[in-house]
Design a protein around this ligand. Structure first.
Ligand code: HEM
Length: 381
């Protein structure tokens, strides 16, 4: 017996007014829910099962090819073999002192005992400067910040024409970087962009649109998520003084701590798949060709796995944490994101004696296509 998938409107004003609460309520009431955009999976078990089944839940969700995000195995495997080494532990260790310098520079000039915004004044500058420094794109910071804001607005609008125009504008920024390296030849700077221009896949050089696509996914993945993630981390520290105190005394467990703060309030909402055949999810039969959303934010708060979703338990919850996804498309940039977040947080803790919510302003939630906080007004001591 199959029952029809219940419907919901995840973009209604009421749903967006309390996105996390809506996910929590939906997950217990109807964990598989359909909207005109597709079917959302809200439960941990359903999301993990779909993420681990790339044959029936394909990542080819639109005609636009995106490397490696929209490619299924077996071709996907070769792309990941090319991409993953860019994020090796050795490379991250080499990069860390530069990221620390950037983070310390940002924190140093922040006023004390005055209201600042953790997202606009720490998260975004850190994400953009660390990103441009890593890729060798110095000078593009302002354009990337403007692009990030417009990209969110376009995605939120659901206007495909606008989304495509924003993607095209970004491709221009990337193409200029690629062209510069081709022009410079042997004199090109020694950075990951140059390395990608010279890389091969399946025994041939990468086409320009493939290089652009890889770089777009790195940049899009990094900028928005790292900036939003830092907002979540700083808000958590400001509202959990005992955790802040412990991490000030001993910052060694910062990486699992940050992962757990992001599990509780995951700013990276979800990813799309398309069913290649009819699949049964719970009591429901989902037809072939259905667009499916894996809702990481909801899955990361599933009471069936985590108990009280707001309870901070870094060690116990680590193995079920889905902030960086699961399955073959699991985030290759996780080591970079974690390093940036840990370095930024430890720099902030080291340069201050206290982080508190500002007494004169309220934090503001972010909404679809991302989660977490739009603004976190804080005071530093
Ligand atoms: C806090 C920061 C980040 C979060 C929360 C995050 C989250 C995720 C998640 C959930 C996925 C799975 C997508 C899926 O299953 O379809 C993913 C994939 C991906 N991420 Fe991240 N990410 C972050 C940072 C980064 C960074 C720093 C980069 C690169 C510079 C990056 C590049 C990518 C790419 C290329 C993929 C696609 C992988 C594939 O399709 O095989 N991400 N990310």
């Amino acid at each position: 017996m199959s029952t029809p998938v219940p419907s919901w409107d995840p973009l209604s004003e009421a749903a967006l007014a309390d996105q996390l609460g809506t996910f929590d309520r939906m997950r217990s009431a109807c964990p598989v829910a359909a909207s005109p955009r597709g079917v959302s999976l809200l439960r941990h078990a359903d999301v993990v099962a779909a993420a681990n089944d790339p044959v029936r839940f394909s990542s080819v969700t639109s005609p636009r090819r995106s490397v490696p995000n929209s490619i299924d195995p077996p071709e996907h495997t070769g792309w990941r073999a090319l991409i993953d080494p860019f994020f090796s532990a050795e490379r991250m260790a080499q990069l860390e002192p530069r990221v620390r310098e950037i983070a310390e520079g940002i924190v140093e000039v922040l006023p004390r005992r005055a209201t600042i915004d953790a997202v606009a004044d720490i998260g975004r500058p850190l994400a953009v400067r660390a990103q441009t420094d890593w890729l060798g794109w110095q000078g593009t910071e302002e354009r990337l910040l403007a692009w990030m804001a417009e990209n969110h607005a376009a995605t939120r609008s659901g206007d495909r024409g606008w989304t495509a125009a924003v993607a095209a504008a970004f491709d221009e920024v990337v193409r200029a970087q690629v062209d510069r390296r081709r022009r410079l030849g042997d004199a090109a700077p020694d950075d990951p962009t140059t390395e990608l221009v010279g890389a091969t896949h399946a025994g041939r050089p990468l086409a320009d649109d493939e290089i652009t696509s890889v770089l777009r996914n790195w940049t899009a993945g990094d900028l928005g998520s790292v900036a939003a993630a830092l907002g979540v981390v700083v808000h958590f520290l400001a509202t959990h003084p005992e955790v802040q105190r412990d991490l000030r005394r001993d910052p060694a467990p910062l990486a699992p701590a940050v992962d757990e703060m992001l599990r509780i309030d995951d700013p990276f909402l979800g990813n799309r798949r398309r069913t290649t055949e009819a699949v049964r999810i719970g009591d429901h039969e989902v037809p072939a060709g259905t667009r499916v959303y894996l809702n990481w934010t909801s899955a990361n708060r599933d009471e069936a796995v985590f108990g009280d979703p707001d309870a901070y338990r870094p060690e116990e919850n680590a193995s079920h944490n889905l902030v960086y996804g699961a399955g073959v498309h699991v985030c290759p940039g996780r080591p970079l994101a974690t390093m940036e977040l840990v370095v930024a947080t430890s720099s902030l803790l080291a340069a201050t004696t206290g982080i508190e919510l500002a007494p004169d302003a309220q934090p503001v939630r972010e909404t679809h296509p991302v989660g977490g906080w739009r603004g976190v007004p804080i005071h530093l001591r």
